[in-house]
Write a protein that binds this ligand. Structure first.
Ligand code: GLY
Ligand code: MN
Ligand code: MN
Length: 422
């Protein structure tokens, strides 16, 4: 509210429900910005913010209580619950929004709104704005200006509060424990989906609400597919398995990748690739702290990986020239990470005025370099083909540097082999 210009209104709509098949739905996922601003979990709701309004600054429209619908589909707060449990100053049934919102829009100069995110709601909002003119025999004035609300909310979401950090710490710990479980239970003959089941068992048993994204469990060359989610193949002795899985805990995501040998022992070629990726990740993490530029960590991963691939004779040439021409992209085709929060690829700009932004305490990001050597790459020695390694941790920027929130799962080869042997 403090960031809104005077005489403005902000409108935030709930995410729509999505059909999975005929009359069954995907698990409902609320619009994360609405969750951030007020926590209201239900579909068919709209949050309205009107700074300095005498009759209440925060109004929620939501579904009315309905014993029959609640018997079938689950509990509803109703307007009374919206006031009592979500600190709304006032709340109304969503069916009345056409009438009530017009009056709220009337006379306002501007509307803050996440423009273009929900096409159907865009249209409704335009109708409401246009219909303001019908009030008071055509004398009423609609707002003349739309401002992107995300611009304000995303910057707030980028810097996590102490309360948010506590939840992210828990989401990270749960995911770390899940990865440990997968390492301990892995054995040749297991199917990828069985490790997925072990990981997700741990998520749910420890109170997470869901995986934060579809878990990736890729044995052997399947690890070369960055977002491999089939998870159908059998795991073989002598192969690595790459697991990229994180959970959602009280609306906050974690995002961890570990790569380990199916049978608990790295082969020499796997070890060589693994150690480059680990060094790249550790060097990148050293470059995260307040005042440091966002992209330094990414550049460090590119340098360490290029140097390592030259050393192994996988890339040939002079390191600076190879970096300049992007030769590493054949083996490392994504960037070093992303913001993390309520969304796994969280909101927040990476650049300001076209310059990389600088870290501030409270930001959380992933660091996840990888090397992926295609099984079909005829330009490299056969021993490297099909090896894929990614290592990903969740890093909190602190006042003095940074903290690895996901350090609970081992990542040096010795530590991994030790855990797997135990
Ligand atoms: N699991 C998606 C990512 O690591 O960004
Ligand atoms: Mn990931
Ligand atoms: Mn990630």
């Amino acid at each position: 509210m403090a960031m809104m210009l005077p005489n403005s209104i902000a409108v935030i709509c709930a995410a729509p429900e999505k059909i999975r098949s005929k009359d069954t739905h995907y698990p409902y996922k609320q619009n994360t910005s609405l969750t951030y601003l007020c926590g209201f979990p239900e579909a068919e709701s709209v949050m309205v913010i009107m700074p300095d309004r005498d009759h209440g600054e925060f109004v929620l429209f939501c579904r009315d209580k309905d014993p029959l619908r609640e018997t079938w589909d689950g509990y509803r707060e109703g307007p009374e619950g919206a006031v009592k449990n979500f600190a709304a100053d006032d709340a109304f049934p969503i069916d009345d929004i056409d009438d009530i919102l017009l009056g709220m829009l009337e006379g306002k100069d501007r509307v803050y709104y996440a423009i273009g995110k929900e096409v159907e709601f865009d249209r409704k909002l335009m109708d409401w704005v246009n219909n303001v003119r019908t009030l008071r025999d055509g004398d009423a004035m609609p707002p003349g200006e739309f401002v992107d609300l995300d611009h304000l909310v995303n910057e707030m979401r980028l810097i996590k509060t102490a309360g948010e950090i506590k939840l992210m710490r828990r989401a990270s710990q749960i995911a770390a424990q899940a990865h440990c479980r997968a390492m301990q239970l892995s054995q040749p003959g297991f199917y990828e989906y069985q490790l997925q089941a072990e990981i997700e068992h741990e998520f749910m048993a420890r109170g997470a609400s869901a995986p934060a994204y579809t878990s990736i469990v890729g044995g052997g060359k399947n690890g070369c597919i960055l977002h491999y989610i089939e998870n159908r193949d059998q795991l073989k002795a002598g192969d690595l398995v790459l697991i990229d899985a994180g959970c959602e805990y009280k609306n906050y995501a974690s995002d961890i990748t570990r790569t380990f040998p199916v049978n608990g022992k790295f082969t020499p070629p796997q070890a060589a690739i693994y150690d480059i990726v680990l060094e790249a990740q550790l060097e990148a993490i050293k470059l995260i702290g307040p005042g440091l530029e966002y992209n330094l960590a990414n550049e460090a991963t590119i340098r360490v990986i290029t140097e390592g691939l030259v050393e192994l004779n996988i890339l040939h040439g002079e390191v600076d020239a190879l970096i300049a021409e992007g030769a590493y992209r054949e083996f490392y085709m994504h960037s070093a990470g992303h913001w993390l929060g309520m969304d796994v690829h969280d909101v927040g700009d990476y650049k300001i005025d076209n310059k990389w932004r600088v870290y501030e305490p409270g930001m959380v990001l992933t660091v996840e370099p990888g090397i992926y050597i295609s099984p079909d790459n005829k330009n490299v020695d056969a021993k490297w083909r099909g090896i894929a390694v990614r290592i990903e941790d969740d890093i909190l920027v602190t006042k003095t540097g940074c903290e690895d929130l996901t350090s609970g799962v081992p990542k040096t080869r010795d530590q991994i082999e030790l855990l797997m042997a135990g």
